[in-house]
Design a protein around this ligand. Structure first.
Ligand code: TYM
Length: 334
C-alpha cells in the first residue's frame, strides 16, 4: 500500500526557529516521517513577501534547513528542499490566484494582522496572495496531512476550498488536505506576554530561539511572567503564564499536565521555571549544536537540499502538468 503524503514548511525569516515552531510543528514532522511520504520545505518565496536582506536570506535559508535536520528530519526518509528550487510552486500559485476571490483573500486574518500597523499601502501584493502560494505548496504534493500550528488553520481552510473548487470545475485533480494541529502545542505563548503567541515579531525577551546560547534561554525562562498567587495549576484563562510553562514542559517531557500539577504541588514558581529551563535546554542544546555543525559544511548542506529538490520536482511537475492540461493549456512539447 502506498503511504499518504505529508507536506509542511517554515519561513527562513530569522536566524533561528523558535520554541513555537519546534513544538507546534517540527516535532510532529519528525514523528510523521515513517508513516508518510514526507515533503518538508524552507519557504523562501514566502519570506520575500516582506523585505529581506539578500545575504541574510541566504544564511537564514541554510540555518532553517540545518535545524530541520538537527531536529530529526532524515533526508533519506523525507524530501527536504527549498521552495524556490521547485518552480512549480510559483506556477501553480498563479493558476490558483485566478480562482481565488479578491474578498476571499482579503478575509485572511494573518494579512489583516500584518497590515494593521503599516496599512495596506506599504504591504506588497505578494503578502496579500501569500495564502494562495501556501495552497500551491500543499496541493502540488497531493498532501493528505499538513502538520502546523493553530495560526495556519485559516490558510488550510482556504487550501481545502481551492482544491475542492478546482476539482469540481476540472475533475478530480487534488487530494483534499487535512491539518494536523495538536491542541496542546498548537499555540506556544510569549513568555513575557502569555496571552499572545510566541513569535519573532513579539517581545524578544519572551521568545526562546533554538539557536540562542543556553545562558540566554535560561535567563528568558527564569524571567517568564507568571502571576501573583503561588499555585502551580493549569488554567489558560486565569493563569496563562503558568499554563504556558506547564504546556512547554509537558510537550517535551511527555508527562501529562495532571501529573505535572501533582509533581509541583507545594512547590514555587522558581522550581517550575528551573525545571522547565532544564527540560527545554536538554532538548534544544543538542539540536543547536548539531545545526551549527551542519552549517560548517555548506556544500554538503546544499547537496542534501538539491537531492530533496529533485525528489520534490518529480511529483510537483507531474501535478502541474495535470493541472495545465485540465485547464486547457496546450503541451509545451518539451
Ligand atoms: P511560520 O514560518 O510562521 O511558522 C512555521 C510553523 O510554526 C508554527 N508556529 C507555532 N506553533 C505553535 N506556537 C507558536 N507560537 C507558533 N508560531 C509558529 C506555525 O503554525 C507553522 O506551522 N505560512 C506558514 C509557512 C508555510 C506553510 C506552507 C506551512 C508556507 N507554505 C505549506 C504548511 C504548509 C508560516 O508562515 O509558518
Amino acid at each position: 500500500m502506498t503511504k499518504p503524503n505529508v507536506l509542511s514548511g517554515m519561513q527562513p525569516s530569522a536566524g533561528s526557529l523558535h520554541l513555537g515552531n519546534y513544538l507546534g510543528a517540527l516535532i510532529n514532522w519528525v514523528e510523521m516521517q515513517d508513516d508518510y511520504n514526507a515533503f518538508y520545505c524552507v519557504v523562501d518565496l514566502h519570506a520575500i513577501t516582506v523585505a529581506q536582506d539578500p545575504a541574510e536570506l541566504r544564511r537564514n535559508t541554510r540555518v532553517t534547513a540545518a535545524q530541520y535536520l538537527a531536529a530529526g528530519i532524515d533526508e533519506n526518509k523525507s524530501a527536504l528542499f527549498v521552495q524556490s528550487h521547485v518552480p512549480a510552486h510559483a506556477q501553480l500559485a498563479w493558476v490558483l490566484m485566478t480562482m481565488t476571490g479578491f474578498g476571499e483573500a482579503g478575509r485572511m486574518t494573518q494579512f489583516k494582522d500584518k497590515t494593521q500597523k503599516g496599512g495596506t499601502d506599504v504591504a506588497s501584493v505578494g503578502l496579500f496572495t501569500y495564502p494562495v502560494l501556501m495552497a500551491a505548496d500543499i496541493l502540488l504534493y497531493q498532501a493528505n496531512k499538513v502538520p502546523v500550528g493553530e495560526d495556519q488553520r485559516q490558510h488550510l481552510e482556504l487550501t481545502r476550498d481551492l482544491a475542492t473548487r478546482f476539482n469540481s470545475r476540472f475533475g478530480e485533480t487534488f487530494a483534499i488536505p487535512e491539518g494536523v494541529i495538536f491542541k496542546e502545542t498548537a499555540k506556544i505563548f510569549d513568555l513575557q506576554n502569555p496571552t499572545a503567541k510566541m513569535s519573532k515579531s513579539g517581545d524578544p525577551k519572551g521568545l526562546v530561539n533554538i539557536m540562542d546560547d543556553s545562558s540566554v534561554i535560561l535567563k528568558k525562562i527564569k524571567s517568564a511572567v507568571t502571576d501573583t498567587d503561588a499555585e502551580i495549576r493549569f488554567d489558560r484563562e486565569t493563569k496563562p503564564g503558568v499554563s504556558n510553562l506547564l504546556g512547554i514542559h509537558s510537550a517535551i517531557s511527555g508527562q501529562s499536565i495532571e501529573s505535572l500539577e501533582d509533581h509541583f504541588a507545594g512547590k514555587g514558581y522558581g522550581d517550575l521555571k528551573s525545571e522547565v529551563a532544564e527540560v527545554v535546554l536538554s532538548r534544544i542544546e543538542p539540536i543547536r549544536d548539531r545545526a551549527n555543525e551542519l552549517l560548517t559544511d555548506e556544500a554538503e548542506l546544499d547537496r542534501l537540499l538539491a537531492q530533496g529538490a529533485q525528489k520534490a520536482n518529480e511529483l510537483a511537475e507531474k501535478t502541474l502538468g495535470m493541472v495545465y492540461d485540465r485547464i486547457g493549456f496546450i503541451p509545451s512539447g518539451r
